[in-house]
Design a protein around this ligand. Structure first.
Ligand code: PEP
Ligand code: MG
Length: 599
């Protein structure tokens, strides 16, 4: 251990991790304990000694405001419920009056000359960590209460106007053993420069969100390195190569600043190409659509010049809230998306929860193997049919106002598709009875993300209007590799010939039944893999909007005849590495500047 300690003290140390979200981040470390999940992380503001009194005053006012809120809530609960339930808030009130906690925050504001929000957050994190390891169940359950109180106090502190912040230009690099999708969804994007995680991989849902938030991120950071990081350490995160550098020397810092600026310039220059058709030199046109996680992402898609939304992951509408959205709220949400993308086609995926995505408002029975468990369409068809019914009713209604298509996640059998078709017919009858305007034909598609669906795709294709290949899960289930586990990330091989053959099967089924076939997994966003996908005959790619420019540039440099021949060879080689090299060579020739930047 001593050796490890010496290794990291003060001098530049660089380690390799998995790049999961592109970009360069230079910032100060903020260690996050899993217990602090969902708290908004405040800025570290440095204050003058003379301002400590004002900060302490602000802290006391925030405590008092949170206390008042809780008292009102408790009194209201008392009227509505029995005394046991309102007693929960009595416990909250006791915590907010904890003298030890208050004294520590006030002392540290003075001693460390930091803003109240920052100090309070540090103290609460320590309390949360301490609660997480106690044996007593009752005390451990207080974690959620403490988080709730802390959230209220922080919200009041955040609303009182900014304090001067000399270090404000340096964002925070959040370091954690792992990030859940709900944690990333709750981050304040303006304050977070980068993410460093112990676990995860390129296709983990937290990584997908980081990319959609444009936050550079790496996963699989070595444990001994992570354990040595301290709050406030200067860190560089290179989300292109996966390199992480602690205590960078000024020259290193400058080199990475330049790299970040060059990448920024290159990607901005791609925006200038947004009006060019994504078409190969010999005239094969590809549709490039966007994967969206929220309405806020629509702006990025419009900026990138995408052909509509190829995948709207609706689970992020359900995450971080206490109850699922009602039908009317959903109708409004889908309408907003349609408006935000100028009424271009929007493919809405029905709720895909379970696995690593567990919204607070839906209760889940613990499972031994959640990724093989009640996830996606399975959950929707077994016992939770009201979630699917509400969502489909909302989609049938919103679809009257624009081109909405519906996509089913995690399908593994033909029966699942038939059941949904039957449900849609029943819901259409209900809506007619309710005299609500709705679609008389719903365009329905299936995600091909299990090997069983890919292998019976010729039986699925006649039942649907389109297919969309979810390569993140298709790789996970075909190679038997947990997509969130950094230890087996080397097996996350989208160019494995088994995957290429399954994709080709889907393309052939689509051609035979005259329906479009899209790829919407991370593979579609990787310009190095564009030649293979196009060569396999995929006509539509859907990806994080930020990737559209690069993929368009590669397509415009490809020759379809050559690309098809290369894909034929790649399907028949023995290893993923050989197939990857074939694709890479074509990409380098098609877009040399891009290759130089990302290589
Ligand atoms: C996929 O599995 O490829 C996909 C697009 O779905 P998600 O990443 O949301 O599981
Ligand atoms: Mg999937």
């Amino acid at each position: 251990m001593n050796q490890v300690e010496n290794q990291f003290v003060g001098r530049e140390v660089s380690v390799a991790a998995l790049p999961v979200s592109p970009g360069v981040a230079i910032g100060r470390v903020l260690l996050l304990s899993p217990e602090a999940e969902n708290l908004t992380i405040p800025e570290e503001t440095i204050i003058d000694a003379a301002d400590a009194g004002a900060e302490i005053e602000a802290f006391r006012r925030a405590l008092a405001a949170a206390k008042e809120e809780l008292t009102v809530l408790r009194d209201r609960l008392k009227e509505q419920l029995d005394s046991d339930e309102s007693g929960i808030l009595d416990a909250h009130l006791l915590m907010i009056e904890d003298r030890g906690m208050i004294a520590e925050v006030e002392r540290r504001i003075e001693a460390e000359q930091r803003g109240a929000a920052w100090v309070f957050y540090q103290v609460i994190q320590r309390y949360l960590k301490a609660l997480a390891v106690v044996q007593d169940d009752y005390l451990r359950e207080r974690i959620a209460d403490l988080r709730d109180i802390a959230g209220r106090v922080l919200a009041h502190l955040a609303n009182r106007g900014a304090v001067s912040n000399p270090e404000g230009s340096l964002g925070r690099i959040i370091v954690a053993s792992g990030f859940s999708p709900s944690l990333v969804a709750g981050l304040d994007r303006r304050q977070v420069a980068g993410l460093v995680s112990g676990s995860g991989s390129t296709t983990s849902h937290a990584a997908i969100l980081a990319r959609s938030f444009r936050i550079p991120a790496v996963a699989g950071i070595p444990e001994d390195f992570r354990m040595e990081l301290k709050n406030g350490d200067l860190l560089i995160v290179d989300g292109f190569s996966g390199r992480v550098i602690l205590h960078p020397a000024p020259r290193t810092e400058e080199a990475y600043r330049l790299k970040g600026a060059a990448a920024g310039e290159f990607f901005s220059s791609l925006l200038g190409e947004r009006h060019l058709a994504p078409e190969t030199v010999d005239g094969f046109r590809v549709r490039l659509a966007g994967n969206l996680e929220s309405v806020a992402d629509a702006g990025l898609l419009n900026e990138a010049g995408g052909d509509g939304v190829g995948l709207l992951r609706t689970e992020f509408m359900f995450i971080n809230r206490n109850a699922p959205p009602e039908e009317d709220e959903q109708v409004e949400y889908y309408r907003q998306i349609l408006r935000a993308v100028g009424n271009r086609p929007v493919v809405v995926r029905t709720l895909d929860v379970g696995g690593d995505k567990l919204p607070r408002g839906i209760s889940f029975k613990p499972e031994e193997n959640p990724v093989l468990g009640l996830r996606g369409i399975r959950l929707a068809l077994q016992g939770r049919s009201s979630l699917l019914r509400t969502q489909l009713r909302a989609l049938l209604r919103a679809g009257v106002e624009g081109p909405i298509r519906v996509l089913l996640p995690m399908v593994s059998t033909v029966e699942e598709v038939r059941k949904v078709r039957e449900l849609v017919v029943a819901l259409q009858a209900d809506l007619s009875r309710d005299r609500l305007d709705h679609l008389s034909h719903l365009s329905l598609g299936v995600m091909i993300e299990t090997p069983s669906a890919a292998l019976v795709v010729e039986h699925i294709a006649p039942l649907v209007d389109f297919l969309s290949i979810g390569t993140n899960d298709l790789v996970q289930y075909t190679l038997a590799v947990d997509r969130g586990n950094e230890q087996v990330a080397y097996l996350n091989q989208p160019t494995h010939p088994a995957i290429l053959r399954l994709i080709r099967r889907c393309v052939e089924a689509g051609q035979a039944h005259n329906i479009p076939v899209c790829v919407c997994g991370q593979m579609a966003a990787d310009p190095e893999l564009t030649p293979l996908l196009i060569g396999l005959g995929v006509q539509e790619l859907s990806m994080a909007p930020d990737s559209i420019g690069s993929v368009r540039q590669v397509i415009r440099g490809l020759n379809m005849r050559e690309t098809e021949a290369a894909a034929q060879i790649a399907m028949n080689v023995a290893t993923a590495a050989e197939a990857l090299n074939i694709s890479r060579d074509l990409m380098r020739r098609a877009a040399p500047k891009l290759a130089a930047l990302t290589g």
